[in-house]
Design a protein around this ligand. Structure first.
Ligand code: SF4
Ligand code: SF4
Length: 187
C-alpha cells in the first residue's frame, strides 16, 4: 500500500501548476516577511509559515491566520531568492483548509472565498451583491451603511447589475474550471 503523503507533500501537490521552486528550497532568509505589506496582521510571518509547512506542523499551519490575511500582492514571490511562489503556497493552504473545513468560524476569508468561487462557477463572473454580505457584517454599522449606499448608487448608475448575469457558453467555461478545481461546491 502506498504511504500516506505528509502534510508538506499534500501542499506541494496542490502547487503542481505553479512555476515556482519546491518549498523545500526555502533558505529561511526572511525576504518574504520583510516584503509583506500585511505581515503585522499575521499570526506567523510568511517565512515561518513556509518553514512550518516543511516541518509538517499541520495543525499549527492550519490554525494560524497568515494565509487568510495574505493579500496576494506577489511581492514576496518576485523577491524570493529561492524562486518559491509563496503567494501560490498561501492559496494552496487556503484550498486545503476549505476542503478539510479546518478554518476558524470567525474568519471572513473562507466564506468569502467559497462564495466567490461558487458565484464564478454558477455565472462565469463575479456578482458583488452576493459577495458583500460575506464580509459586511464584520464591519461597524457606519461602514455597512457606507457600503450599502455605494452599492445602491452603483446600481442606480448602471455600474453594477441588480441581478447576476451569466456569461455566454457557460458549459464550456465549467469544463475548463473542472480541470482546475474540484466542483464540490457547485450548486
Ligand atoms: S524569501 Fe523565499 S527563501 Fe527566503 S524565507 Fe521566504 S520563501 Fe524562504
Ligand atoms: S503575496 Fe501575500 S504573503 Fe506575499 S507579500 Fe503579498 S500579502 Fe504578503
Amino acid at each position: 500500500m502506498a504511504a500516506k503523503p505528509t502534510f508538506s507533500q499534500e501542499i506541494s501537490n496542490l502547487l503542481y501548476a505553479s512555476q515556482g521552486s519546491p518549498l523545500k528550497n526555502c533558505i529561511q532568509c526572511g525576504t518574504c516577511s520583510g516584503t509583506c505589506p500585511v505581515v503585522n496582521y499575521m499570526d506567523q510571518t510568511p517565512r515561518r509559515l513556509i518553514g512550518m509547512i516543511n516541518a509538517n506542523l499541520k495543525e499549527d499551519v492550519l490554525d494560524c491566520n497568515t494565509y487568510w490575511f495574505c493579500a496576494s500582492c506577489y511581492h514576496c514571490t518576485v523577491r524570493c531568492p529561492a524562486k518559491i511562489d509563496i503567494a501560490e503556497a498561501m492559496y494552496a493552504v487556503k484550498r486545503y483548509s476549505i476542503w478539510h473545513k479546518t478554518y476558524s468560524e470567525d474568519l471572513v476569508g473562507p466564506t468569502f472565498s467559497e462564495t466567490f468561487v461558487k458565484t464564478i462557477i454558477n455565472n462565469g463572473r463575479s456578482f458583488e451583491p452576493v459577495l458583500a454580505p460575506t464580509y459586511m457584517f464584520s464591519m461597524g454599522i457606519k461602514e455597512v451603511l457606507q457600503e450599502a449606499y455605494m452599492g445602491t448608487q452603483m446600481m442606480l448608475k448602471g455600474r453594477m447589475p441588480v441581478l447576476p448575469t451569466k456569461i455566454k457558453r457557460l458549459d464550456n467555461f465549467k469544463k475548463v474550471i473542472r480541470r482546475i478545481i474540484p466542483m464540490g461546491g457547485e450548486k
